[in-house]
Design a protein around this ligand. Structure first.
Ligand code: ATP
Ligand code: MG
Length: 378
């Protein structure tokens, strides 16, 4: 799939701008704060009705305006589509696909799909200083990445995940409130059993997704690093699950064992200690933990490789490449790795933003856009 043109009216710092894109590579460059990320944000919004940067649609409307409009001409499933979104201050947004009102954001994703890389994705690999200081759960970022990707591909997983979240919250409330209300404890066994069954479904899919992720990320990383680095990725789940590729009934049994051995600890702490809500994956480069030992360029290469793998998995499931959006991916990469990003991400449409122009002489094909203050300079 590809986006052939985009029109932005009153969106962030874009007054009115139409851009026609290259089917393969589009490089958007300009100084800081000119609108490069805003442009990618608009494309993400076209694909899922959500901004990756804010929950508030009001922020997307130009400061002094009342309305923002995003229109994309998209080619996918061998057809042309026009997706049109109007955001209005204080009113419901309007979304149409080929002139027909879209009931929900899923209808937008049927037409256009994007994989977005932004600097925060580096936390898929390394720990942020803020996270270390605040003792934040860094694995959350990786779990979200897995969950978002698998939900898009497998409706059964999305259902199971939503149910697991509900069960988890209920169980947490039971554990927390049981001293004031001891009768609640009678409900615990049912919740535990259901969490084991649903948790087994999550593990089943996550294990397979991680295997596919490694299968595609490893060659991308190797290629980008000029054959010097080998990336491996391991899925980590509940300790008693020795084979996450086993049948879900067997995984559920493993989860029951873990659950039982943590029963008293859960009561004592008032916390849910057993289950796949703490799952994680570990990335290694040349056999060493990427989180601990990778340089900045290596971290960026590894994070990019995961996103490229996500794109490949999507293609093998859907039959078309999603549009790849790479925000500020080139900084910290050496010339050879930059050359890989600019010229050797093959198949599918790619958008790359960057600040300096000097590295752009490495671009062999595609279209360049110089953005200044929300306008494209010709
Ligand atoms: P950098 O290289 O620093 O990442 P960028 O080109 O990606 O810069 P953007 O994040 O796209 O910059 O933002 C460009 C400008 O858009 C910012 O100066 C910001 O103040 C402005 N901006 C953000 N929201 C709005 C809005 N609702 N209305 C008008 N301008 C906005
Ligand atoms: Mg930016």
């Amino acid at each position: 799939m590809q986006i052939n043109s985009l029109t932005l009216v009153g969106f962030r710092n874009y007054r009115e701008q139409t851009l026609a894109f290259d089917p393969a590579c589009n490089v958007i460059h300009g100084e800081n704060a000119q609108g490069k990320t805003n442009l990618l944000e608009a494309i993400v919004y076209l694909s899922c009705g959500k901004s990756p940067r804010t929950r508030s649609d009001r922020e997307l409307i130009t400061f002094d305006g009342q309305q923002a409009r995003i229109t994309g001409k998209i080619f996918s499933r061998d057809r042309e589509f026009v997706t049109d979104i109007t955001l209005q201050a204080g009113r419901r947004r309007k979304m149409t696909v080929n002139g027909v009102a879209a009931k929900n954001a899923a209808e937008l994703s049927d037409v256009l799909h994007t994989v977005f890389f932004c600097p925060e994705d580096l936390f898929l690999i390394r720990e942020g200083a803020a996270a270390r200081r605040k003792f934040m759960d860094q694995s959350l970022c990786r779990r979200r990445f897995l969950d978002t990707a698998i939900c898009q591909l497998r409706p059964r997983y999305a259902q199971a995940l939503a149910e697991y979240h509900r069960l988890y919250e209920h169980k947490t409330r039971i554990l927390r409130d049981r001293e004031d209300n001891p009768g609640l404890l009678a409900m615990l066994p049912d919740f535990n059993e259901r969490m084991c069954r649903v948790g087994a479904i999550l593990i089943y899919y996550r294990a397979r997704y991680c295997r596919a992720l490694e299968g595609y990320a490893a060659p991308a990383h190797e290629d980008c690093s000029g054959g010097r680095e080998k990336l491996t990725l391991g899925y980590e789940t509940v300790k008693t699950v020795l084979d996450p590729f086993a049948k879900t009934e067997d995984i559920a049994q493993n989860l029951r064992e873990h659950q039982e051995s943590h029963y008293h600890a859960e009561l004592a702490s008032g916390l849910c200690l057993s289950g796949p809500h703490k799952d994680d994956f570990i990335v290694e480069v040349n056999g060493r933990s990427a989180r601990q030992f990778c340089s900045q360029g290596q971290v960026r290469t590894a994070a990019l490789s995961l996103k490229l793998a996500d794109r490949e998995i999507h293609r093998s499931a859907v039959g078309e490449y999603p549009v790849m959006l790479l925000d500020d991916v080139l900084s910290e990469l050496d010339p050879k790795r930059q050359e890989y990003v600019l010229n050797r991400i093959s198949g599918g449409q790619v958008f790359i933003t960057c600040c300096e122009n000097d590295r752009l002489d490495r671009l062999q094909a595609g279209r360049l856009f110089h953005i200044q203050n929300g306008e494209v300079l010709l």
